[in-house]
Design a protein around this ligand. Structure first.
Ligand code: NAD
Ligand code: DAU
Length: 358
């Protein structure tokens, strides 16, 4: 049985990862450490909360005592580190939290893993079998022109406080491999979409506003490009790297599915018009599109070259963009109560009662 510490498991990707892994990997025990920030919702995992291979701990990755205690109590041999402040716009208005969680939090976890796995001073050998997998982003590589794609060897060039904090954490993880022999793996993934994404991010925000007949804010000229990947494909890529990746290496993960933002917004409007009918005034949802002031330092284009993980580890995405988008929009349509609860804060009230305010 692998004994895995998942950080940030109540967020978008972490909760999808936990559900998927409990279902398909019976030899994994998962301990989910999550601070329950505005983005963390244990309600994303109510269907698995009684699974004997799952445990939830409310807490901060920056809390050394708590993290050390979990490593000892649970004999953790694997870390999959999702926890982060993840929204670029929030990093522009309030970068401090990003530095604290993304950099200091990662540092704290690395120290806990070093203490637990390498403390007997026999060096690299004592960590054999253990893995620290750091989940990172393609944004560390900066912004592309009209051609080309990020490779694992592309120089780092982060442009937002969010991507700079992730880049910094990547460097720390890599340093712990070279300096201490900590058995680390790093993944840099492109934009994910799918169920349970907090409706501050483009796709769920547009679905939510388009359903409610509200304006659809498109930054700048709407022609910025992102490379979209269905979230379960990302989860499978992480599991592939965990099981077969070479320690100390980085793997880029992407959907090979570049879209301009405006194309995404059009796709969502058209799916909703078809599924729920036109707006009450008889207009289609594209009429709700409103071009707004651009994001500061807005990266123009991201694209991932996923050749390494495909050729060396045999992973490739299974869900194509058209199917993934239909599935995703349908999920939000069938889970309007979830959207309402995460946007009106009622889930926070409930979970504060359950787990306390701290
Ligand atoms: P998210 O914002 O949905 O979830 C983050 C989770 O981390 C939340 O549950 C939150 O409560 C928790 N958290 C935040 N600070 C914490 C702390 N100090 N201690 C413990 N828990 C804390 O994020 P996401 O979109 O699921 O992203 C997960 C990871 O994947 C992040 O590291 C992000 O950088 C990376 N990533 C995301 C994408 C994407 O498209 N969403 C793409 C590539 C990489
Ligand atoms: O590339 C991976 C990254 O993808 C992850 O590391 C981040 O955690 C994740 O948030 C995401 O970052 P983006 O900034 O690309 O995602 P977001 O959904 O915020 O925006 C996607 C694009 O849509 C971006 O070009 C900005 C634009 N946008 C976004 C919002 C919220 C709009 O035009 N209007 C909006 O209202």
């Amino acid at each position: 049985m692998k004994r895995v510490l998942i950080t940030g498991g109540c967020g978008f990707i972490g909760s999808n990862f936990i559900r998927h892994t409990l279902k398909h990997y019976p030899d994994y025990r998962l301990i989910n450490l999550d601070k329950l920030t505005y983005a963390g919702n244990p309600g994303n995992l109510t269907d698995v909360e009684n699974n004997p291979r799952y445990r939830f701990v409310k807490g901060d990755i920056c809390d050394n005592d708590l993290v050390g205690k979990i490593f000892a109590e649970e004999q953790i041999d694997t870390v999959i580190h999702f926890a982060a402040e993840s929204h670029v716009d929030r990093s522009i208005t309030g970068p401090a939290e990003f530095v604290q969680t993304n950099i200091m939090g990662t540092f704290n976890l690395l120290e806990a893993a070093r203490e637990a796995w390498l403390k007997d001073a026999t060096g690299k050998a004592s960590g054999t079998g253990c893995r620290f997998l750091h989940v990172s982003t393609d944004e560390v590589y900066g912004s592309l022109g009209q051609t080309g794609a990020f490779q694992e060897t592309t120089s780092y060039d982060p442009r937002s406080p969010y991507s700079a904090s992730k880049a910094s954490s990547d460097h720390l993880v890599s340093a712990y491999f070279h300096t201490y022999g900590l058995p680390v793996l790093i993944t840099n993934c492109s934009n994910n979409y799918g169920p349970y994404q907090f409706p501050e991010k483009l796709i769920p925000l547009i679905v939510n506003n388009a359903l409610g007949g509200r304006s659809l804010p498109v930054y700048g000229d709407g022609k910025n490009v992102r490379d979209w990947l269905y979230v379960i494909d990302h989860c499978e890529a992480i599991l592939t790297v965990l099981q077969n990746g070479i320690v100390g290496e980085t793997y880029n993960i992407g959907g090979n599915s570049e879209k301009q933002n405006i194309e995404i917004v059009h796709t969502i409007c058209d799916i909703l018009d078809e599924k729920v009918g036109l707006l009450p005034d008889g207009k289609n949802r594209r009429t709700l599109i409103t071009y707004v002031k651009d994001r500061a330092g807005h990266d123009r284009r991201y694209a991932i070259d996923a050749t390494k993980i495909r050729t060396q580890l045999g992973w490739k995405p299974k869900v194509n963009f058209a199917d993934g988008m239909r599935r995703t929009v349908e999920w939000y349509l069938n889970n309007k109560v979830w959207i309402a609860s995460v946007t009106d804060g009622s889930y926070r009230e409930y979970y504060e009662k359950m787990y306390g305010k701290k």
